[in-house]
Design a protein around this ligand. Structure first.
Ligand code: MN
Length: 191
């Protein structure tokens, strides 16, 4: 399979000022694209060439895993936002969050703390298990929670390339700003 860079569901400058045009151009146009290109080159002539992206993530390791997971993670991340997003989740996801953390505000605090304390590059994830129970997990580097048998609901990219152009070293400011562009319709549909 030849993987393609998915186009964004919004204009490149639509998430300004939370995620700037320059960040989108590099993060989607260069970094995400590079993971797609690397993956296509690495799987050429291997058994992975016939697999879906999810199958590759579950069955590979090393460079193939890293690039496949980064393709998946970035698509999932970019499809969690919309201009004029933010606010609160609704429906079943809102209930599950309140069941686990008491209030949405407390969940946001816990999620931010996980993302902020992640050492180096990686991803903070909201995931659900087979019973629908939610948890927040940290993954280093390309880590993708599908390998743990859970379903991803939301992720924040905390690699420096995700925020350095807009926020320099201020990861906490980047994290608190991201909540203002969440596309909760898209995120709630994953629960
Ligand atoms: Mn990234």
């Amino acid at each position: 399979m030849n993987f393609q860079l998915p186009s964004l569901p919004y204009a490149k400058d639509a998430l300004e000022p939370v995620v700037g045009l320059g960040t989108i151009e590099f993060h989607h146009g260069k970094h995400h694209q590079a993971y797609v290109n690397n993956l296509n080159n690495l799987i050429k002539g291997t058994k992975f060439e016939q697999m879906s992206l999810e199958e590759i993530i579950l069955k590979s390791d090393g460079a193939i895993y890293n690039n496949a997971a980064q393709v998946w993670n970035h698509t999932f991340y970019f499809y969690s936002f919309k201009p004029g997003g933010g606010g609160n989740p609704k429906g079943q996801l809102a209930k599950a969050i309140e069941g686990e953390w008491g209030t949405f505000e407390n969940f946001v605090k816990e999620f931010n703390a996980a993302a902020l304390s992640l050492f180096g590059s990686g991803w903070a994830w909201l995931v659900k298990d087979n019973s629908g129970k939610l948890s927040i997990i940290q993954e280093s580097n390309a880590g993708n929670p599908l390998t743990k048998g859970v379903t991803p609901i939301l992720t924040f990219d905390v690699w420096e390339h995700a925020y350095y152009l807009d926020y320099q070293n201020r990861r906490a400011d980047y994290l608190s700003s991201l909540w203002g562009i969440i596309d909760w319709d898209a995120v709630c549909a994953r629960y």
